[in-house]
Design a protein around this ligand. Structure first.
Ligand SMILES: C[S@@+](CC[C@H](N)C(=O)[O-])C[C@H]1O[C@@H](n2cnc3c(N)ncnc32)[C@H](O)[C@@H]1O
Length: 203
């Protein structure tokens, strides 16, 4: 029987697989963060589906970062994040239900949105309730239609919700949510791997 994504990732902490994600995602995340923060003044930041909080810890050290917050549904991920980082704020909640106390300048999310039953609903929720005017959402995903090598992952991982869409559909979700200046590109493509798909837009 396949399991709910949050349940599966919750077990990844005791298995030590959360650190593997930092290693595997860092090239794409560095690209995303440097794009989102380039020529940016002071900024506030949320990592949606932050796992063990490694991106929040790194971004919070940037001199122009005012606040960095992590949110994830997996309790053990958040416990680890809080244990390693008493300075920044971490919340354990479902992304669909959570709203920040204050809207922010940048919402980042790496390898999370396709685990949602309705990713477009979350993109709309972030647009409406998480982002200031002129703020940016930037997402990275490895499981998408053009990356054919990823198609076998749902069987391999035993996760119940993994939504497979082409790049054009991910961009359509941004357009239909009201974003402007939408851009997409891929990071780290090689041989049978088409790279992390990055999609971003401005509110
Ligand atoms: C592949 S991991 C990526 C973690 C982190 N972004 C990283 O790069 O290390 C996906 C994360 O999304 C979280 N997640 C998935 N669906 C969620 C939901 N509906 N609400 C909150 N967190 C969710 C999982 O608990 C997991 O920690």
């Amino acid at each position: 029987m396949k399991k709910d994504p949050i349940e599966v990732f919750d077990t990844w902490v005791s298995l030590g697989k959360d650190s593997g994600m930092e290693k595997n995602h860092s090239e794409a995340v560095e690209n995303m963060i440097s794009f989102a923060t380039d020529k940016c003044g002071k900024f506030s930041f949320i990592d949606a589906g932050c796992g063990n909080g490694w991106v929040v810890r790194n971004v919070s050290k940037m001199s122009n970062c005012v606040t960095a917050v992590g949110i994830d549904g997996a309790e053990n991920m958040i416990l680890k994040a809080k244990g390693e980082d008493p300075l920044n704020h971490y919340f354990c909640d479902n992304l669909m239900n959570w709203t920040p106390n204050e809207k922010v300048d940048i919402v980042h999310s790496m390898e999370v949105l396709y685990y949602l039953q309705n990713p477009q609903k979350l993109i709309k929720h972030i647009y409406k309730n998480w982002l200031k005017e002129n703020a940016r959402l930037i997402i990275g995903i490895d499981f998408y239609f053009e990356n054919t090598i990823s198609h076998s992952w749902p069987e391999y991982c035993g996760i119940s919700i993994m939504q497979l869409f082409p790049e054009s559909t991910w961009k359509k979700f941004f357009i239909e949510s009201g974003f402007r200046n939408i851009e997409s590109w891929r990071v780290g493509a090689k041989k049978d791997w088409t790279g992390t798909l990055v999609v971003t837009g401005i509110k």
